[in-house]
Design a protein around this ligand. Structure first.
Ligand SMILES: Cc1cc2nc3c(=O)[nH]c(=O)nc-3n(C[C@H](O)[C@H](O)[C@H](O)COP(=O)(O)OP(=O)(O)OC[C@H]3O[C@@H](n4cnc5c(N)ncnc54)[C@H](O)[C@@H]3O)c2cc1C
Length: 342
């Protein structure tokens, strides 16, 4: 049945919901609210775009890793110009820090047991000093800003975009999907992430690289034209839209320790984003009457946002979804709830 659906927030969560609903061809009347002009410079705009469930295995159990693998499949199947590549992630460490690699390897499931490799076999530009690494082939990455532009482009003719803030109480719609990020739920906390974007024509990478460093862990994600995104700090704070001198020095010195050619790299951007996070750092779908909230995506908005959007779409259409119980943390799981919303 055709419904009027209002979505609050045009980050990756809100846009994924709009896209998922539109793809069902149910002729819903969809309104999207965000006070910022699109594309909004929100947490999603600052993201690295790693689709890396095994890399996050220290922070989430296998059920979430499997949901993340499904997220990769959703991006892979979507006809969007989002810079999708599925060619794995590489973990390396300086020889003196190799215990960090060994510690991380202990978390990996048996089917990733052959992950140990010589890093320069996978990424030839890496110096020989990196003797051991871990390679996780199923992982993927996209370009978040390109993906956001592609999502906006895909939905803009079928939905009404309101450049204004709204709350669920103000709106009269059959269903309201609340994806307001940090503004969406007072139980959320902010986790600040600072990034740098640099250009270095002397260096090449084909896949995200994580440098395991005891004090300054770093990831570096290749973008076209020898541009690299470097990230990201993890600071318990929802304040400040500037990158601190200390953080920029830590990011840059870890980068320089990776390859000396970064000494001459051009700095294109230094930015921050605030990750909306629940206390357990896991996202949640909550349902209260006609309001569905999807929030707390922490470090996993691009990995799990599309999985959440698909689950919400199924819920609205009264269909069961494999990940519903996981994503709601066991709330609103029974068929009666599904049917009530349908
Ligand atoms: C530095 C950094 C790197 C990251 N890297 C990755 C990564 O590699 N892979 C990954 O999967 N995730 C990554 N993340 C996490 C990911 O970016 C977040 O989980 C995700 O962006 C959260 O998306 P969101 O849509 O919930 O929130 P947001 O992107 O913050 O969007 C919320 C939107 O709601 C709008 N809004 C606020 N109030 C209202 C209102 N009253 N009415 C309407 N709209 C409102 C805001 O303007 C905003 O546009 C990273 C995050 C950071 C900061």
């Amino acid at each position: 049945m055709t419904k009027h659906i209002s979505i609050l927030g045009a980050g990756i969560m809100g846009l994924s919901c709009a896209y998922s609903l539109q793809r069902q061809n149910e002729n819903h009347r969809i309104s999207l609210y965000d006070p910022a002009a699109l594309a909004a410079k929100n947490a999603s705009w600052m993201a690295g775009g790693m689709l890396a469930p095994y890399s996050e295995i220290e922070h989430m159990d296998m059920a979430w890793v499997e949901a993340g693998l499904h997220g990769i499949e959703i991006w892979k199947a979507a006809p969007l110009d989002c810079g999708f590549h599925q060619n794995g992630s590489l973990f390396i460490a300086h020889p003196e820090d190799r215990h960090a690699l060994e510690r991380f390897a202990a978390f990996l499931p048996d089917n990733m047991a052959s992950a140990q490799i010589s890093p320069s076999m996978v990424e030839p530009a890496l110096p020989d000093k990196f003797k051991s690494g871990l390679f996780l082939p199923p992982e993927a990455h996209i370009e978040p800003r390109r993906a956001i532009a592609a999502l906006i482009d895909a939905v803009k003719n079928d939905i009404t975009i309101h450049q204004q803030a709204a709350t669920p109480e103000q709106l009269d719609a059959d269903i309201i999907i609340d994806c307001r990020g940090m503004s969406g739920d007072e139980t959320l906390r902010g986790v600040k992430g600072e990034i740098a974007i640099v250009r270095n024509p002397e260096f090449s990478l084909s896949r995200p690289l994580r440098l395991m460093h005891p004090r300054y862990p770093l990831y570096i994600i290749p973008r076209p034209d020898h541009v690299f995104m470097i990230g990201a700090t993890i600071i318990e704070s929802d304040e400040g839209n500037h990158v601190s001198l200390r953080s920029s020095m830590e990011l840059m010195s870890a980068l320089y320790s990776l390859h000396p050619s970064f000494g001459e790299a051009e700095i294109l951007e230094l930015s921050t984003g605030i990750r909306p996070s629940y206390p357990d750092n896991l996202p949640r779908i909550k349902v209260q009457k006609n309001v569905i909230s999807a929030n707390g995506l922490f470090r996993h908005g691009f990995l799990l946002g599309p999985v959440m959007a698909e689950a919400i779409t199924d819920y609205i259409h009264g269909q069961t979804n494999t990940y519903w119980n996981l994503l709601t943390h066991g709330q609103a799981t029974n068929k009666t709830d599904n049917q009530r919303a349908a």
